[in-house]
Design a protein around this ligand. Structure first.
Ligand code: FES
Length: 155
């Protein structure tokens, strides 16, 4: 009888406290990682949402004063956008998710080697986001770049 009384008084309280901790942890992890989801090692992170003023675009750039030099980058909304070549045409740019598919570290673009490299464990991805060196096993999500005049949109 004593044991049953103890559990009824304190057992439920402990469960309620632990449930509160678990809920707080779930809320924090989503807010801390805005990178797009790919189903890769990142673990189901949410997809980017369209920005304001850019229609349905995840990221936009004004090519009159942004990304004017080959190798220049712009990041936002979990995406890294890179100018690969001269000319304001879509094929001069690439846009991929910035979070490495291994453990979610932000990748860097290496202009000299023309590829993305993760600084944490060294995974490498080509400009289309495909894995060329592990430990990452999944490709980066590759986005569509469209250009209208000097306005670039990533969708
Ligand atoms: S987090 Fe990128 S290679 Fe490990």
């Amino acid at each position: 009888m004593e044991r049953q009384e103890f559990l009824s008084k304190f057992g439920i309280g402990v469960v309620a406290v632990c449930a509160g901790c678990a809920l707080a942890a779930c809320g924090g992890s989503k807010a801390d990682n805005p990178s797009p989801g790919t189903g890769g090692g990142g673990g189901g992170t949410p997809a980017p949402t369209p920005g304001t003023g850019g229609g349905s675009a995840f990221l936009t750039a004004d090519l009159t004063n942004e990304l004017t030099a080959v190798g220049s980058i712009k990041t936002g909304n979990g995406i890294i956008l890179v100018r690969l070549a001269a000319g304001n045409v879509a094929s001069s740019f690439t846009a991929v998710q910035i979070a490495c598919t291994h453990e979610g570290t932000s990748i860097n673009y290496n202009a000299g080697q023309n590829k993305f490299i993760c600084p944490l464990h060294g995974s490498e991805f080509n400009t289309n986001g495909n894995v060329i060196l592990g430990p990452a096993a999944a490709n980066l999500q590759h986005y569509t770049v469209t250009i209208t005049g000097t306005s670039l949109a990533v969708s």
